[in-house]
Design a protein around this ligand. Sequence first.
Ligand SMILES: *Cc1c(COP(=O)(O)O)cnc(C)c1O
Length: 384
Amino acid sequence: MKPDNYRFATRAIRAGQQPDPTTGAIMTPIYQTSTYAQEGIGVHKGFEYARVSNPTRSALEANVAALEGADHGAAFASGVAAIEALAKLHSAGDHIICGANVYGGTDRLFRQVLSRLGLEFSFVDTRDPVAIESALRPNTRMIFIETPTNPLMHVTDIAAAAQIARRQGARLVVDNTFATPYFQRPLELGADAIVHSSTKYLNGHSDVVGGIVLTSDGEIIEGLRFLQKSAGAVPGPMDCWLVLRGTKTLHVRMAAHDRNGRRIAERLHQDPRALRVFYAGLPDHPQHELARRQMSGFGGMMSIELGDRERAERFCRATRLFTLAESLGGVESLVSHPAAMTHAAVPQAEREAMGISEGLVRLSVGIEDVDDLLNDLDQALPKR
Ligand SMILES: *Cc1c(COP(=O)(O)O)cnc(C)c1O
């Protein structure tokens, strides 16, 4: 099918997939094979070795590419493996600008692994386009942003960042894990590539670790295919199949996450026991107007400030439906404590400066019945 001709829900379910040519199986098979028979030397069906390509992986890559409006996808074994591949399109001496409030694992990869190999990084508050502009150097090759961010829901103006990148001749990469293509399509705003931790909403069922890059840039996809082959951080066919099964319901799940997320954010906003609620969908979010401009919904991610560590701990012990766990984006609701969990590696002073206090808890609102979730939060919030 030509995915461009169809709307989002149809693409989610159909793009990248045809009935299996040998059996007619309606579901793309899990091609659990490392290699492929060749009819003669150099005569094959386009598949030679499974690190290089696998039909289940190709189906997933085409499917998510269609959702992001990209020509190509390249799947990796995890979100950070996908981000590493994007950085490795560059060479020692090249400079990358990265958002200051990105996913902790991205920060660790850049600071503790890739800077040892000679890539240069600047970490800036990308909410302010002027800050991005002032961090530019003659050797800046990539601007890497995440929007909205984890856990404070900072929003970066994608179109403004894309203009800065274009003027510089650098690439803009957007980590679109939180918003998903259902709510935000960065390529349409000028980004050169999008990365996802497909572990999160794309898969949606908390049973896979995976990553994927989407792009329409021929040079980027060529570089990524070369890295899939040469560095080898590729996902197995079973994991690709699970994500492909997840994306079939992305539109249904995201609409439900958004409904529950808005209800819960609004309720918490009115509850004096939550001192602050960080959710881009609330009118008092400092970048609400920008968020409304570049996103069509706000999903189920939010953070709340409870005042101190003791209150945060009491809350995390008391919730019954919101399970205390890392990760996000699954159908089940989770709660986490960023200072002790996802951002534990960041020194406390830096954490506090970023606004990740000891009293902050993050919610990944699932798609259970919203009244049950509201009741759970109500009984768990510590009295003031
Ligand atoms: C989880 C996450 C990552 C890393 O992905 P993994 O699949 O865990 O390697 C990157 N970016 C964001 C925004 C994430 O939430």
